[in-house]
Design a protein around this ligand. Sequence first.
Ligand SMILES: [Zn+2]
Length: 269
Amino acid sequence: MRFIEPHAHMVSRTTDDYVKLASAGCAALCEPAFWAGFDRSSPKGFYDYFRQLTVYEPKRAAKFGLMHYCWLCINPKESEDMVLADEVLSIIPEFMASPNVLGIGEIGLNKNTRNELAILEKHIDLAARHDQLILVHTPHLEDKRKGTLLILDAIRNNGAIRPERVIIDHVEEHTIRDVHERGFWAGMTLYPESKVNAPRAVDMMEMYGTQRIWMNSACDWGVSDPLSVPKAGLEMKRRGLSAAVVDQVVYQNPAQFLGQTPRFKLPAG
Ligand SMILES: [Zn+2]
């Protein structure tokens, strides 16, 4: 099954995972900048992380025949410290010229605080000024819908961002409709223990269709499964969806969204 893994934190995964992804039919993978599981102590920590995402991880992926792309930002968990966040924002532009950078992400909110929102707005402005795609992380707490609506409003308030160039990730049953109605793309994150599992993802497809959605594993340093996208493709088939629809959701949809930047290219054949 050919597929694109549009959201994977490969810096925290082993080479075994690259072998699994390549063997299962992965054509390309994309790595948003995120929280490392601990707070970094200075902008230099982010500088090194961005070098890892733009220089070293693409080389590691290439050893397994995989294209590696990335997104840049300071994540909402660490943007509560606005001095640190401003310094990190100031170093992002120099990395934007790297050939594997797709846009700004995963930005968003964690606890929906005033500081998080201020830094989110600065990221949106940065993306607008540099004509970048945006990948959004939505909060996992009980106020997920409130956070999602705050984020959608912040993007629309900017006025310079076209919604079809933004993907709102980690949608669930109570947020996907808000995202689609406003013209954005919606990402479903498949986790073994939380977020959405494959049967729920297929339920949502049955209710809301298969346009403007993608699925991802968001595999990272926690309990997660880098093969959750092809496994969900199997679940789609088990539920009676055609091979063409599976291909649309796991390959063509992410290729369509990501193809809005000329940086994103798929391997020939
Ligand atoms: Zn993530």
